[in-house]
Design a binder for this molecule. Structure first.
Ligand code: NI
Length: 170
């Protein structure tokens, strides 16, 4: 049985809580990963999800932005171990931030990541451009941070105003 998790929406306080390290990659963790991919593939226009967005406070992210949704990448306890000085500044959105908000966020163009796979084996991954941005966005989630937390104070104020209007409307 696969479970589709609800995606928490900003300003849910759980989105601001850093996730816990996965101590052992066991069957319970693999079930969570399976459910996370099912949740991911049930969305339109979803590139990746972090467990924190799904009410699961563990350091796990699932990524797949291939056209056919057949290139699943799961990172457990991911850590960025190298970053390029070269930066990107592209538009980002987030499944947990409604209101069609897309803003430019500065990210490293190239990163090297260390993580565990679903078998609990450690591996390293070099990521560039979109994948690099995607992983940095997801790692932020695992640290309790949203992309709107990286905006300039002025831009953030505009986003906050949009949200308070939406909340008033219900
Ligand atoms: Ni996101």
């Amino acid at each position: 049985m696969v479970e589709i998790y609800p995606i928490l929406q900003h300003p849910d306080p759980r989105l601001s809580q850093p996730a816990e390290v996965v101590e052992t990659v066991n069957d319970a963790v693999r079930t969570i990963v399976k459910n996370m991919f099912a949740t991911h593939y049930a969305q339109n226009n979803c590139a990746a999800l972090a467990a924190t967005q799904l009410g699961v406070p563990l350091r796990i992210t699932v990524i797949d932005f291939s056209e056919k949704k057949d290139e699943p990448l799961c990172l457990i306890n991911p850590e960025i171990i190298e970053r390029s000085d070269e930066m990107l500044n592209e538009f980002e959105g987030c499944m947990s931030v409604g209101g069609r908000i897309h803003e430019r966020v500065k990210r490293h163009r190239n990163i090297r990541v260390n993580a565990l796979n679903e078998q609990g084996a450690s591996f390293e991954l070099d990521a560039s451009d979109f994948l690099s941005r995607c992983i940095q966005h997801e790692l932020d989630h695992l640290d309790g941070m949203l992309f709107i937390d990286r905006l300039s104070p002025l831009k953030r104020k505009i986003v906050d105003r949009k949200f308070s209007k939406r909340l008033k409307k219900g």
